[in-house]
Design a protein around this ligand. Structure first.
Ligand code: N01
Length: 540
């Protein structure tokens, strides 16, 4: 028995939502539509999740704005004007705020509220949540819209407290911004965040040292103002495009499933194709141009080598170019980065690249940092070192299911879910874009909508059938986890030491977390399960 005795009067809800980013906000909208009393609890002082916290210079989405937006309301998607091909963080935040206002969502958002505990009370079949401000919330259902990249990670470097300058993390950027003019700056990390901020910080800093452990593949964004003809044509076709995205690989329209192998065309033809994609900009074209780029090493190598040549022809110093050239993982098996002037930045006299693979950072010192072979004097350090991805935010909450089992304990060997949406032993709890769903391998807003729509239908059924518990079967969960692994193992993804497998966090179990069969396949599976009377779930 798992009973919780609240010490103060609880806020009674039908559905508690944790997080008020793109997922939490859409969940409010849908739960209200079902007539549920709902509220989203948000740790930040504003809504927007990722787009609230990641205010670093150059932060923008790597999916085109017309795709990276909600599809649930046609008037919204027709009326909203995106100023650029790839929206900046402030533009996306403005959009999110507009959506919240337009659908009157803020009256069900409670900001500055960090949920620390969530316990399923088996006697009353309700989740009892505790917030750090002492509030108690009792809810029949709980939706975890806690995000995948929402737990910033600063490596455990010795001496960080002694640093006399200022340090920042990309995911906890000061709202007022940072002026690096005249400063000696060190950026640690060359993932998507580092790659976006480095060209802009280089323009301000007196000197910028980039500390790189692993070189990444970057493709040009070719960003620019939204072309009005393109926008009008896209909007005229919006319904068709959204439908196409729903049955695609990555949740983005315009990239039909490829049928041809990269090895079935001549080198000349391939090069022409890669060149065209390079000129067009964006990452998805490279992942979907041939059927085997992500499954066959030889095919992958053709695309990888094309990008390596581009690096060598852009970066003037051959030693720097060699360091920037990725050789340790197939292209696309870590998140491809989208850049604007990234490689060109290394031709600037005020930028140096430091290889911290061969000489790792040993400590932060009062004046800067020390690697295994040199000390660097710095006025500011920027950690673009990533996140405890996919499971970090959920593990930070003390979540206890039936019999008091802790989710963190259950996930000690890696996360296990049914469809990425539910966890056996944790009834009435749903995860948005959880491990085991396409999540980070998809256009996130697409997946958010698909998940929450599916959960909404399930909850409607639960209410109609007057059941108290909705729960994943252990066996169904085990089978799903095997299937997720099987799909990943048939690709090249597991060949990279990426955050997709938890490799960026020392001690984190190495389990491939996203479901990479594509959003179209995933949607089909979810719909079939629902049509089969929610196979794998117990409604009691
Ligand atoms: O984080 P990352 P990110 N010493 O984990 C390095 C999304 N996103 O914030 O590769 C030295 O990718 C680490 O090195 P290594 C997107 O999905 C999207 O950049 O582990 N270096 C790596 O270079 C993305 O994938 C957008 O060897 C250390 C870097 O830090 C995800 O967020 C923009 C280190 C971390 O890279 C995360 O991206 C931004 C150490 N001890 C983010 N520890 C867009 O939409 C770590 N590193 C465009």
């Amino acid at each position: 028995m798992n009973q919780v005795t609240p010490v103060q009067e609880a806020i009674e809800l039908d559905v508690a939502i944790i997080g008020a980013g793109l997922g939490g906000l859409y969940a409010i909208h849908r739960m209200r539509g079902l007539g549920f009393k709902t509220r989203a609890f948000e740790a930040g002082s504003g809504i927007g999740g990722t787009w609230f916290w990641n205010k670093y210079p150059g932060a923008r989405c790597d999916i085109e704005s017309l795709e990276y937006s909600y599809s649930f309301d046609d008037d919204l998607q027709q009326e909203w004007r995106w100023p650029e091909r790839y929206a900046t963080q402030p533009q996306i935040l403005a959009y999110i705020q507009h959506v919240a206002e337009r659908f009157d969502l803020m009256r069900d958002v409670q900001l500055n509220t960090h949920i620390t505990e969530a316990t399923f009370d088996t006697d009353i079949n309700r989740w009892i949540l505790k917030a750090s401000n002492g509030q108690i919330i009792s809810a029949r259902f709980c939706i975890m819209a806690t995000g995948n990249l929402s737990t910033p990670r600063v490596p455990d470097f010795k001496g960080i407290d002694t640093f006399e300058g200022k340090w920042y993390h990309s995911g906890m950027w000061p709202a007022e911004g940072v002026d690096f003019t005249g400063k000696r700056v060190g950026v640690i990390g060359t993932g998507s965040s580092g790659i976006q901020m480095i060209p802009l910080i280089a323009q301000q800093a007196e000197h910028l040292h980039v500390f790189q452990r692993t070189a990444n593949y970057c493709l040009p964004a070719r960003n620019g103002p939204m072309e009005r003809d393109h926008e009008s044509a896209f909007k005229a076709d919006y319904r068709k495009r959204r439908e196409e995205a729903r049955h695609s690989g990555f949740g983005v329209s315009g990239y039909p499933a490829p049928t041809q192998s990269a090895l079935d065309v001549t080198e000349e033809e391939r090069r022409k194709n890669y060149e065209m994609l390079w000129e067009r900009g964006g990452t998805i074209g490279f992942l979907t141009c041939y059927s085997d780029v992500l499954v066959n090493e030889e095919a992958n190598e053709t695309a990888a080598e094309f990008v390596r040549e581009k690096i060598r022809s852009t970066v003037k110093d051959p030693k720097v170019a060699a360091l920037l050239t990725p050789t340790d993982h197939p292209i696309g098996t870590k998140r491809l980065c989208l850049d604007t002037g990234y490689y060109e930045t290394y031709n600037r006299p005020n930028v140096s690249l430091v290889d911290v693979r061969s000489a790792p950072i040993q400590e932060i010192t009062p004046k800067g940092l020390r690697t295994a072979d040199q000390e660097f004097e710095l006025d500011a350090i920027v950690f673009a070192t990533g996140f405890d991805a996919m499971t970090g935010a959920l593990r930070e909450i003390d979540i206890r299911g039936i019999d008091g089992t802790r989710l963190a304990d259950k996930w000690n060997g890696g996360p296990t879910t049914y469809l990425g949406l539910m966890v056996a032993g944790f009834p009435n709890m749903f995860i948005v874009t959880g491990p085991g769903s396409p999540s980070v391998k998809s256009q996130m807003i697409h997946s958010i909508e698909q998940h929450i729509d599916w959960v909404s239908d399930l909850l409607k059924t639960a209410v109609e059938r007057q059941v108290h518990r909705v729960e994943a079967d252990m066996e169904a969960e085990t089978n799903w986890v095997s299937h997720v692994n099987e799909v990943a193992d048939a690709t090249l993804y597991p060949k990279a030491n990426s955050w997709y497998i938890g490799a960026n966090i020392p001690g984190k179990p190495r389990v491939f977390m996203p479901y990479v069969a594509g959003v179209g396949t995933y949607r089909k599976v979810c719909d079939e399960i629902a049509a089969d009377d929610y196979r794998g779930l117990k409604l009691s």
